[in-house]
Design a protein around this ligand. Structure first.
Ligand code: DX5
Ligand code: ZN
Length: 229
């Protein structure tokens, strides 16, 4: 993986599925090479989204893009292989859903994928310390997972800063990702706080002009700006 940081990662959950291919291509043409896929099972989170077939579709439309699959499901071990086969480059699992997190992370790596761990808003960053040497990415949920379009939880900035501090202290090099409520008015501050991968669903796909919104989000992230207009 060779990416310039910070990365803007559109979450396709907010896309118009009747023209998913077209919208993915629009993003790719606007320079997007990392897509975030949200998998929800109606158990771990109170909503159902989509499964490996859609990930496979994304892979076929944007064959060169990096596919980051965020599993919000119970028993992720039962499904990681299917998502790896569907074309995932990285699979993230929730700390809260994995009683044997270290084993689950090992399973993902054995399938040839990069590994990620995710924490919900009410979970402490400190709990991640033992697993951080084994992951490529740590994802901080800045909304309660399950739905797009929710308001950003402000205490997430402090969690990002704590992760940056742990990464420095332990001399690790995992990527830091944030997910939920990211848009023009906070993306600059998030990038400045140390976020490497900025997931944005509604802000990208609900925009009237997707390429223009992507450009503005990227600009704000690069400049540390929170300009809305
Ligand atoms: C929430 C998902 C997010 C969501 C983000 O459960 O993990 O990736 O799609 O959507 P927005 O950017 O609309 O908050
Ligand atoms: Zn997500």
């Amino acid at each position: 993986m060779n990416v310039e940081l910070p990365v803007l990662a559109p979450s396709i959950l907010a896309a118009n599925f009747s023209k998913l291919g077209e919208e993915l291509q629009t993003c790719a043409d606007a320079g997007i090479n990392w897509f975030h896929c949200d998998i929800m099972d109606g158990h771990f989170v109170p909503n159902i989204s989509y499964g490996p077939a859609i990930v496979e579709t994304v892979r076929s439309v944007v064959p060169d893009a990096f596919l980051d699959v965020h599993l919000m499901i119970e028993n992720p071990d039962n499904f990681v292989e299917e998502f790896a086969d569907a074309g995932a480059d990285l699979i993230s699992v929730h700390y809260e859903a994995c009683p044997h997190l270290h084993r689950t992370i090992q399973n993902i790596r054995q399938l040839g994928c990069m590994t990620g761990v995710v924490i919900n808003p009410a979970t402490s960053v400190e709990l991640l310390r033992p697993i951080l040497p084994n992951v490529d990415l740590a994802l901080i949920m800045s909304v309660n997972p399950g739905f797009g379009g929710q308001a950003f939880i402000e205490s997430s900035y402090d969690k990002v800063k704590q992760l940056v501090q742990i990464r420095n202290e332990e001399q690790l090099n995992f990527l830091i990702e944030i997910d939920g409520g990211v848009g023009l008015k906070n993306i600059g501050k998030l990038a400045q706080s140390g976020v490497d991968i900025l997931v944005a669903g509604s802000s990208v796909f609900k925009a009237d002009d997707i390429p223009q919104r992507i450009e503005k989000l990227k600009n704000n992230a690069l400049k540390g700006s929170n300009k809305v207009a």
